[in-house]
Design a protein around this ligand. Structure first.
Ligand code: BYC
Length: 333
């Protein structure tokens, strides 16, 4: 079912690893040791990390777009300042993550190229539109809420630079989640029209947020290996369930309902149970046919082209400076 969604990636030939190195590496992962950039690592581990960290970085950068849509229309100066700060945080997260990916031996230019050519993915969630101000609440509460659920576990990832980047990112994400919930709370306790706007946002964002955690465990291609290598600590379904259990009571506290007639609490297991997720929608979004995929990439390419002169100027300045320093060194000798 998912094969089609996966066919764009680089299927690099598998590398035969030295069994002694491999055994030592696996033992280090099992012993919860952090793997650092200069340590030996199997090619598959390196590739998996580049794939995941870069997908994560691209998500942060593309994720600025749906929120950027509301900067000029935020309902007050305070809301605008908070939203701007949040979007800047996302940009910062993208930069830490690109730096973490670079420690694995891939250049920033190559990472950008993979995004712009469509070879690298970014999170499915950012291909949905932000139609009303309540979407800023729903994105913070649900999208950042789902992100934290996934990322708290990544703070214990076996790869040191990724794990360390995640610690700071999670602190900021938790502020983002709270600001989103506070917007929802204000709307839910506001006029009937405001409450309706909050309900409509929850209706549209709920299912796509559940898809953020990735395909069901039974078809998750990378989970098993990533969990053995301690890159992932929990399976996609386990994190999805944690998110559902944490979020449903928050929605009920707002006085809102979830767009799922099958949602029910199972007293025996202590978990909320949901109806069937429409995985054909997830597959469609991943294959480039979501509501905003084309718009997001068009905008990203335009921004890249618009910024070319800045990169050229910075490069020319660095070259001039290096030449000046080299000349000064020769003169001093
Ligand atoms: N969207 O074997 P699986 C944020 C792909 S940013 C798109 O389970 P894995 C925020 C997956 O890549 C949130 N693609 O994969 C920013 C793979 O395809 P490839 C982003 C998805 O890697 C701004 C295939 O499906 N967070 O929070 O073991 C504002 C099979 O999946 C998705 C991260 O990136 C998806 N939702 O597990 C607000 C966290 N799900 O690569 C908020 C780091 C799956 O083989 N990433 N795919 O072509 C991860 O934890 C893991 O990569 C995933 C997937 C759980 C997402």
């Amino acid at each position: 079912m998912y094969a089609q969604a996966l066919d764009q990636k680089d299927k690099a030939p598998s590398v035969v690893e030295d069994p002694e190195h491999l055994a030592r590496f696996e033992a280090r992962c099992a012993a919860e040791e952090k793997i650092e950039p200069k340590d030996w690592m199997p090619e598959g581990y390196r590739r998996t990390l580049i794939r995941q960290i870069s997908q994560h970085a691209h998500s942060e950068i593309i994720g600025m777009q749906p929120e950027g849509n509301w900067v000029t229309r935020a309902p007050s100066l305070r809301r605008k300042a908070v939203l701007l700060a949040k979007i800047q945080d996302e940009g910062g997260h993208g930069l830490y993550l690109y730096s973490a990916a670079e420690t694995l031996g891939i250049s920033r230019e190559e990472l950008y190229e993979q995004l712009l050519s469509g070879r690298a993915k970014y999170s499915s969630i950012f291909n949905y539109p932000t139609l009303t101000w309540a979407d800023m609440g729903a994105v913070g509460w649900l999208v950042d809420g789902a992100a934290i659920m996934n990322q708290i576990a990544l703070c214990r990832c076996s790869y040191g630079p990724y794990a360390r980047a995640m610690i700071r990112i999670c602190k900021e994400e938790s502020f983002h989640q709270r600001q989103g919930y506070e917007i929802m709370l204000t709307l839910a306790k506001g006029t009937p029209a405001q409450k309706e706007m909050a309900q409509d946002a929850l209706n549209r964002w709920w299912w796509p947020c559940l898809m953020m955690f990735g395909p069901p465990d039974a078809v998750s291609e990378h989970s098993q290996e990533s969990m053995r290598w301690k890159i992932k600590r929990f399976s996609n379904d386990a994190l999805r369930q944690k998110f559902i259990d944490a979020t449903v009571p928050q929605g009920h506290y707002l006085g809102l309902t979830f767009p799922d007639p099958d949602l029910k609490f199972n007293e025996a297991t202590g978990h909320w149970e949901i109806g069937a997720i429409d995985w054909s929608e997830f597959k469609r979004v991943l294959s480039g046919d979501g509501p905003c995929n084309r718009q997001r990439m068009r905008h990203r390419r335009q921004v890249e082209a618009d910024g070319a002169w800045v990169r050229d100027a910075a490069r020319a300045h660095a070259e001039k400076r290096a030449a000046r320093e080299a000349a000064a060194k020769i003169a001093a000798e």
